[in-house]
Design a protein around this ligand. Sequence first.
Ligand SMILES: [Fe+2]
Length: 725
Amino acid sequence: MIVLGSKPGQHDACFALIRDGEPLFVYEVERFNRVKRATSTDLSVLFEGLAEYSISPANVDLVTNCMHPGELEKRKSLISEYITPDKVDDIHRFLDWHLPSWYLLLRKAGFPTRRIVNIRHHLCHVSGVYYSSPSDEAAILSVDGGGEAETSMLAHGRNGRISILRTTPHPHSLGHLYQGVTIWLGWGYGEEGKTMALAAYGDPQRYRRQLDSFIQIDEQGQFCYLPALQRGPFRFASTEIGRIILPQLVGPGRRDGEEISQTHKDVAATVQAICEEIMLKQARFLKRETKAKTLLLAGGVGLNSLTNGILAAESGFDQVVAYPQASDAGTALGGALYAYHNIGAPDRPRRWHMTHAYWGQNIDLENLDTAGKSYQVSGRQSEDVAADAAETLATGQVIGWVQGRSEIGPRALGNRSILANPLVPGIKDKVNGVKRREWWRPFAPSVLREDVNTYFEFDGDLPYMTAVARIREEWREPLSSIGHVDGTARVQTVTEETNPLFYRLIQEFKSRTGLGLVLNTSLNGRGEPLVQTCEQALRLYVNSDLDAIVIGDHLFADKTNALVGQTLVPYVWNIRKLPRTRLLVVPGELPVSMRELLLHIVQDNPRARVDVSGDSALAESLSADGREWIVSVPTLEPGDLASAYDAVAFYVPFPGDKCVFEEDVYFSPRAVLSRRIMEEAGIPVYWIDSRGDVNFMRDSLYVHHDEVPPLAIASSYQRFWVPKV
Ligand SMILES: [Fe+2]
C-alpha cells in the first residue's frame, strides 16, 4: 500500500511517500527551490520523487492533506468571537478557497479525488512523532502557531491508536506569541531560534508583568490571551502580536539593523520562560493523565531545544523525544502514517520506526565532476574519507561534509554539515565567519553515543539535536565553542547503526585528539536551506571560508584557482525552470531589488527578451549593451505573441502559495491574460514570484478553468510530470 502525505502551500511545503508503512522519501520543497521554508506547491518536487521510485499517481492508494475542512468550520465560528466582523469575511474566503484549490491541483496531476483524505493538522503532527516512535505507549504533545481551529494537542498513544485528551483553541497560541516576539525583535518567520539563543542573555522577570497582562496560564498548562485584548480588526497572528500588541506592552520593536539592547534580551528571556512554563505544565498534566514513560513532542514549538531539555529533566517522563521535523513540513509524513495505520491498513501491526532522519534526496554524485569543473576545483578520491576528514579537522580546519541522503528538518545531522574541532582556540569565530551569522548564537556538538555522559549531564539518545543537555562543569571551558552561555549544548548523539560513516569520522577524530565529539552546524549559506546538490556544495565551498569539503569519497582542499563570486541566489536557481527557448519576460511591478533577475534570465537564455513597454525607467536602468534583449510589446495579444515567442514569464508580486491559493491572484488581470495566452497562443506561461520561485501556470490556472483541456506540457517540466514507469 502506497500513501502520499502532502503539506501543500503556505510555509514548509513538503511531500512524503510511504510504502507499507515505511517512508520512501520526505522531500521538503525548500531544498529544491532554494527558498527557505518554501511556500510553493511545486508539484515538480513530488514528481521528481515519484520518478525516482517509478511510481505514478495511479499507483498511489491514498493521498493525505494536513488540514480538515470540518475543523475549518470550527475555526470560522471561533474567529467571529475575537475578530471584528469586517475581517471575518476575508478569512472565510481564504479558508473556502484553499482546500478546493489543492484537490483540483492533485486531480490535475492524476490523483483521483476519492483517494484524498483530510486529516486534522495537529493529528498529523502527533501521528508523525507517534507512528515513527518505537514506543507503543506514549504521551504526545504538539504545540505550534495553529492548525485549523486549535494551536496545541495533548494526546495519548497506545496499541497503535491515538486518543486526544485536550486541545487549545484559536487564537490562543504559544507558537504565535513566540513568533510575535521574534518579529518584534526584527527577525522574520522561522527565525525563532535566534530569539531562543538571545534569551540566555536576558532577565526573564523584567517584562513578565507586562506579558502576564496578555497571556494567562493555569496549573494544567492551559493558556489564553486575556479577554480585554481579544477583539480587534486582526487575527492575533504573529505579525499582529509583534507589531501591534507587544509595542503596547513593552515598547517599540527593534528596527532592522538596530543594535541588540538589554530590553531585547529581556523580552526574549521572558517569552522563553513563558514557553518553558506552559510546556512543562502541559507535560506534567500528560504524565498525570497517561502515566506513560515516554513523552513525544511535535509542532513548531517542539523545536525549542531549551524547553525540550527542561522537559527531559523535570517533567517526570523517563524519556522525552522531539520529532526531527517538528515544523509543519512534518505533517506530510505524519499524515501519511496516520492514514496508513488508521485507514489503509488499520489491522496490520506496526513494523517500522524511525531510527534516523535521512529521508531527503540523495546527493547527486553523478554531477560532482561537472560541478567541480564549473567552479574550477578538483577533489582527490580518498580511500578513507572518515580518516582524511578527521585528520583535516584535527589540524583545526573547518570542513563541509556531504554524504548520502539529506536530513529532514532544520538540523544538519552529519550528512549536510559543516564540521570543526571544538578545542581549537577561536574556532567559534572562524565558523561564524564561514556561516556569516551572529556571534551570540551557539553551535552544537555531535558526540559518540557512548561518550555523551563524559561531557554532558545526560546519558541517553538524542539523535535529532532537538534538546539541550548541560555540559559538565569541567568541560564548560574547553567546550565553550559548542556550548551556550547558560552552560547547555544542543546535543546530537551518533551511533554506528544510524550513521556509520559519520560515527567513524568522530571515532577517527577521537583517536587523533582524544575528544569524542565534533562541532556540527548546517551546511548552507546565510538565509539558505541545507545544501541539496554537489553544485550547491561546491559553490558554497569556493565562496566561503570553508577550508575543505568532503563530498562522497572526494576531498576538495585546494581552491587556489577556484571560480568565486557566484553566490546562491534563489531566483538564479529557479530561473532554470524557465525554458531556454524564445522567452518573453514581462517584468510588471518588479521591485528594484529584483531587477538583477532580468540580467540573470538573459544570461541564462540568450533567446530571452524583456518587455519594457510603458516603463521607460526600467529600460533606462537596464544596461546599454543589453539593447537587443530589451523589447517593447505594446499589446500582449496572444495571436501576435505566438509567432515571436515560445513562452512567456510574468513577474507577480506575491509568494508562490498566493499564486495557487488566493482568489485575488487567480482572477487578477494578469491571471486572465496568462490563461488567454495559454489557450489562444498555445504557449506556456510562467509566473516568477516575489521570493524568486518560478511557477508553471498550467498547474494553477487550469484548476480553476476546468472546462479547458490541458495544454501540452512544457519540455522543461516533462521529466517531472510524466513519471518513468
Ligand atoms: Fe503546525
